[in-house]
Design a protein around this ligand. Structure first.
Ligand code: DLL
Length: 432
């Protein structure tokens, strides 16, 4: 059996709960000292670290949301002086401002260890070549996987995303054995590789995540690439990749419970739900120093199971993410909120905020088409004008959201109006 950290991955549940409680008390004490946001929140519910007598008392602590991170932009929720922060990452928020997350030296070391656990689940050893096609930069996928692979002592190929033909050439020439990227990009790579001849590709496994995918996609990836394909989960606010990962049993994603407490709540009432019931995932970080979060609401929908896994690990498992409670879309691995697109459209006098986003997947690549109405006084059938406006909109969307799109300008009053919630998104991908 492959473990990176057998002792911590297989400790008894009793022991695990004790470890969690001890770490939780320290965490509550620390954020109460160092983060005014939590000081205030604890005061409101009348709680201190001393009041936590069991892990179940967690339910009395307040939630943290993406909005809280945004309200405290950029560093307001950090629990250490900036001198101790050695890295920041960022992810998109619902407005133009990103959500900023930070790491101390110890945080980076913990993160590398957790990604090493995940890579080890896929059978990675120091003899492997990890072809890391997650994007490098603000996104946590690239650098997160990078240091985990180095921690194992594998050879990391930091190729980042894009330039697909070159990816295949490098895969062949450099002898890549483990592939890490989004599942949709993996399928695209697989199809490109098929066209170029698969003979000299020697992949044995892949860790795929950062967006929802299905068992059907897993089968396709495993067949086309001849690999073991596993699901890796995470989010920047909690860590990045490596909050949880599937083991080779493929029976859910183990959450690394010695570092995170996972709960499922009713997204409407906020009440914790029993194991086995579907709801919103909520995470509390137990060891993060720079940006610890208490009961962070992910908006991701899943189910928790806590029986011991056949792999020997005792850590709880979550089912594949089956949706979100908000309208966030993940398009080619980039998180996109319709409201971000709306605010770009509002910058342009020539268009109306009546729009529809059509998301599709062709040849395993996500596409985004934005249908937007021209303002009545701007309506024109001059092709030059329309082409120029489309190009400007496309560039602006690319520079603000980091995502390419196709703009389709339509006549005033042609996008259906709704009496209730506007239907902004038509998602033709069959993901859930
Ligand atoms: O996507 C971190 C990551 C990188 C995870 C590489 C796995 C691999 P964010 O950009 O903050 O972080 O986006 C987090 O992506 O709340 C989910 O909605 C979605 N997501 C992440 N992993 C999965 C997965 C990274 N395995 C958001 N299945 C999360 C489904 C996922 N959705």
């Amino acid at each position: 059996m492959n473990y990176w950290d057998q002792k911590n991955e297989t400790m008894s549940r009793d022991e695990l709960v004790n470890v969690q409680l001890e770490k939780l008390r320290k965490l509550v004490y620390k954020v109460n000292q160092n983060v005014p946001f939590y000081q205030k929140a604890f005061e409101q519910v009348g709680l201190t670290a001393g009041d936590l007598s069991s892990i179940d008392d967690l339910r009395h602590l307040p939630f943290t949301t993406k909005q809280d991170l945004r309200d405290n932009y950029p560093y307001g929720l950090f629990a250490v002086p900036m001198d101790e922060v050695v890295r920041v990452h960022a992810s998109s928020g619902t407005t133009g401002k990103p959500t900023v997350v930070g790491y101390t030296k110890n945080d980076l070391s913990t993160w590398a260890d957790l990604v090493a656990r995940a890579l080890t689940m896929a059978g990675t050893t120091k003899s492997d070549f990890v072809h890391n096609a997650f994007g490098y930069g603000f996104f946590t996928g690239g650098l997160g996987i990078h240091y985990g692979a180095e921690r194992i002592g594998a050879t990391i190929i930091p190729i980042s995303a894009g330039n697909t033909d070159r990816q295949i050439m490098i895969m062949r020439d450099f002898g890549s054995t483990i592939l890490t990227c989004t599942p949709s990009y993996a399928l695209y790579l697989a199809e490109t590789a098929e066209g170029m001849g698969m003979d000299s590709i020697h992949l044995k496994a892949g860790l795929f995540g950062a967006e929802p995918w299905t068992d059907q996609m897993r089968r396709q990836l495993e067949d086309k690439l001849g690999i073991l394909a596993l699901d890796i989960y995470g989010l920047s606010e909690v860590l990045g990749p490596g909050v949880g990962c599937e083991c080779s049993e493929k029976a859910g994603l183990h959450i690394f419970e010695d570092h995170f407490i996972v709960e499922v709540i009713d997204p409407v009432t906020g009440t914790p739900l029993p194991d086995g019931e579907k709801g919103e995932l909520v995470f509390t970080t137990l060891t993060k120093e720079a940006l610890p979060v208490i009961r962070y609401r992910t908006r991701d929908i899943s189910v928790i199971h806590r029986e011991k896994c056949a792999c020997g690990r005792t850590h709880a498992r979550i089912e594949r993410i089956t949706g979100r409670t908000d309208d966030m879309l993940i398009i080619r691995g980039v998180n996109v909120f319709p409201s971000q697109i709306e605010s770009v459209l509002l910058e342009f006098g020539e268009t109306e905020p009546h729009y529809q986003l059509v998301v599709d997947r062709k040849d395993n690549l996500d596409s985004l088409e934005i249908w937007v109405e021209l303002s009545a006084n701007m309506f024109s059938d001059r092709v030059r004008f329309l082409e120029d406006l489309e190009a400007r909109l496309r560039h602006r969307i690319l520079s603000v959201l980091g995502i390419s799109s196709r703009i389709k300008l339509v006549e005033p009053h042609t996008i259906p109006r709704s009496e209730g919630k506007a239907k902004r998104v038509v998602d033709r991908r069959d993901l859930f």
